[in-house]
Write a protein that binds this ligand. Structure first.
Ligand code: GLC
Length: 409
């Protein structure tokens, strides 16, 4: 039997970051209609560029964003350094003047972001568009556009210290074109060999490996699944909006609840994938209040048992319903869904998460099973390949969405 492929150290480190903050911010934020604002309204380039005259980014405080992310248990952040509208949040150092330093903001927001990430131990990930609605060479001199793209990326890798990952997006818009990926990725490996390469495969192409140099496969707004690793090991990442837009939507009330986000995070970790959860800062960069509050709640859940979230990896063990088991050395974690609250059991719908729960598969001798949140010991039996334990309800006053039981072996 061939050995399963193992992640490189950089990919393994990425997998243990587990949860990241995606930040979509740009000129479009002022319109409050998402990052596709220009495209959806077919706004001519010159008129769109007038948004630059009012772009102060006065409320963009990278420190607040990074602090909020770290408190939510996130271990990395990814900022849109340039989106499809072609406007750069970094100093393009002479490539053009369609950037934040030439706007009233007069600052390099990428530099601020990188510093704030380092202050809060967050991995630095930089989103960079490949699709460009602004640059004349994009639908003109294609090789020249490719050089422009590489020169842009070179700036990001040469002036901001170590970058943990570059997150590309847009190749899906022109599948018939030669994106010169070899040249782009060679440049990245040359400048910063440990920088991960991600290139969003987009909807309908979830989990596709893409170019051999890509380190991570993506599941944009999807559900990660078990991946067959070929040639080399790749990590997985699902990116998701907190409401229904990436760039802020001024009239979008469709926010996900903390419960929804925790459940999605868990469904990613089930397959060793990360969750990259987005916020769209307001017109001039303010951290949106509701999003910050939701993130804080998610952070409370993660803090109950960090090793189960960051370190633990999938097993072959089988359970009922959505439940599953992850492993961290000799400790196993059972992720139990739909646990009722003591005294409120009549509210439960679907497969109950209390009562007997079974695990099928080869598990070492179990010594003790307990809930991670209150250390309550749970009775269990183990017979060959079957282990069963008695899940108890939450104490009245508590509801932790997905409850984790620790199995010590
Ligand atoms: C899609 C959107 C793009 C967004 C990205 C985030 O590709 O078109 O605007 O930045 O998703 O994953």
């Amino acid at each position: 039997m061939t050995q399963p492929l193992q992640p490189s150290p950089a990919i393994a480190a990425f997998e243990q970051r587990a949860f990241g903050l995606f930040i979509h911010f740009g000129l479009y934020s002022q319109a409050g209609q998402g990052e596709w604002y220009r495209h959806h309204h077919q706004i001519p380039a010159q008129r769109y560029a007038t948004l630059m005259d009012s772009f102060t980014a006065a409320d963009f405080d990278a420190e607040v964003i990074a602090r909020t992310a770290a408190a939510a248990g996130m271990r990395y952040a990814c900022l849109t350094t340039r989106h499809h509208d072609g406007f750069s949040l970094y100093d393009t150092r002479g490539l053009n003047s369609f950037d934040a330093v030439h706007s009233p903001a007069g600052r390099d927001l990428v530099a601020e972001f990188v510093t704030a990430c380092r202050n809060h131990d967050l991995g630095v990930f930089l989103y960079h568009t490949t699709l460009d609605w602004w640059h004349p060479d994009f639908d003109g001199d294609w090789p020249a556009y490719q050089r422009y793209l590489r020169d842009s990326v070179d700036i990001l890798l040469s002036h901001y210290g170590p970058v943990d990952g570059l997150w590309f997006d847009g190749n899906w818009a022109r599948r018939d074109r030669d994106w010169e990926e070899d040249a782009l990725y060679d440049l990245i490996r040359q400048r910063q060999p440990d920088c991960l390469i991600i290139n969003n495969s987009s909807h309908g192409h979830h989990g596709e490996a893409g170019h051999p140099q890509c380190d991570v496969v993506t599941f944009e707004q999807g559900r990660p699944f078990a991946r067959r690793q070929v040639e080399r090991y790749r990590a997985g990442e699902m990116c998701e909006t907190m409401n229904s837009h990436w760039g802020t939507g001024a009239h979008d009330l469709s926010h996900k609840s903390p419960a929804d986000i925790i459940t999605r995070l868990v469904s990613c970790r089930r397959y060793r994938a990360n969750l990259l959860l987005n916020i769209g800062p307001e017109a001039q960069g303010a951290m949106p209040g509701l999003e910050a509050a939701v993130l804080a709640q998610v952070g409370r859940w993660i803090k109950i048992c960090p090793p189960a979230v960051y370190q633990a990896v999938p097993t072959q063990l089988r359970c009922g319903g959505d439940d599953f088991v992850l492993q961290d050395g000799s400790t196993y974690y059972y992720f139990c869904h739909n646990v009722p609250i003591h005294g409120n059991r009549h509210l439960l719908q679907g497969r109950p998460g209390d009562g007997p729960q079974g695990i099928i598969g080869a598990l070492p001798q179990v010594r003790r099973i307990s809930w991670v949140d209150n250390d309550e010991e749970l009775t269990f039996s183990q017979d060959g390949d079957i282990c069963a334990f008695q899940a108890t309800p939450f104490a009245y006053g508590s509801q932790l969405i997905v409850r984790i039981a620790r199995l010590e072996t």
